[in-house]
Design a binder for this molecule. Sequence first.
Ligand code: HEM
Length: 418
Amino acid sequence: MTTPHPPSTPPSGTGSCPFTGEARDSEWSPDRNETFGSAHADYAALRAQNPFPWSEDFGGFWAATTYEDILAITQNDELFSTAKQNVVPHVPRASRRPPLHFDPPEHTEYRTAIDPVFRRSVVTEHAGAFRDSARRLVDGMLMETSPDAVRHLAAPFAMDCFAALLGLARDQTREIRDLGVRYGFAIQDMDNPVIEECSRRLYEIARDIYDRRLAEDPDPSRDLVAGLHRAALDPDTAITETSAVATIRQLIVAGMGAPQAVLGSCVAHLATDLELQAHLRAHPEDLPSAIEEMLRLHAPYRVFARTATRDTVIHGRTVAQDEPIALLFPSANRDETRFEDPDSFVLRRKQNSHLSFGRGSHRCPAATMGRLELLIALEELLERTETFSLAGDIVMMNWLEYGPRHVPLTVRPAAGMP
Ligand code: HEM
């Protein structure tokens, strides 16, 4: 665990702020050697001692750790923009990809085009495809000699669900799944040549998806591509074909990262709490509430950021114009001023208004889909196994996403399973 210093503590590392040129003490560094759940003690210490620290890491950034600060920042697009830097570290981008890299009012046009496709009545139409994928993957995992909940279930499942949402052809699904898994791991390894190669290919795939879907003339109120295309044809919006393809490109990445990370965390959680696992196997009706609590405990994102559009003060600290602020959603979700007994799993927790799907204009458009993915994957895993437990150490992803990269399992199949 890294130790946070209050602002008055002498510096462990001093740099000059890249934004103001002033000398700055680094007050906190994210731990590079996390284990499952270890970051939370670090975040709790920050909330108690220095809730809004400056870090010299990743080119310099502020870290918002409290529920109240994160809520306030996400709800003020005018002061906290995503157009300049929306992740820490800053990822150089050839062009901005909507909706995340745009602020209202432009951003609103993209959300108006994509939100209808994520409403419950549309997402549930894909439940059968999600379930087929979960069954196939769990059955495949049962045949593995060294099953890994991420490699064999969470990563390919997230891709399959995304492919189902977009109505991709079988060959596209296969490629997007292989590429998506490769891209995800390359990002974790910060393997730039592979990231660039995959990113280029993802743009080509997004274009291909766009052209092929339109050729099938789907219903714009239920189909992502058709909805975006309709907006691109509308002279009253700023959306163009190019920006519509860039939106698909962004959705591919957003759609695979978070569900993979949270599902990996959920399986890891249940593999280490066999009593809860047995309870949920016997009482699947409690799964939605358990998932909500696991979402709170294992929020996958802490790199989403906002950039101050002018000098401002947060938590008594002066944030200069253009400085990035990372939103540590996993910390907000365990803020003791908001949640009673925040580190404990509480089934049917009252007022579980966690921030795992964000808030404000950039809140996740696909929360319903994310929840459905988790429900179906865990239902199938619990039903098709008698028990599963850890077979080794959980390996965590790096800072970019908060979740496991490997969850080695020992899996005992349910009666009648292979
Ligand atoms: C359990 C699953 C998921 C979680 C926990 C999650 C979480 C989040 C969070 C916290 C944000 C807000 C980012 C910010 O404020 O800067 C976000 C935005 C977003 N998510 Fe998700 N997400 C999930 C699943 C998905 C899926 C399945 C898709 C697509 C198929 C998706 C697409 C997006 C997009 C496009 C945005 C940007 C929205 C905007 O800028 O207006 N997410 N998500």
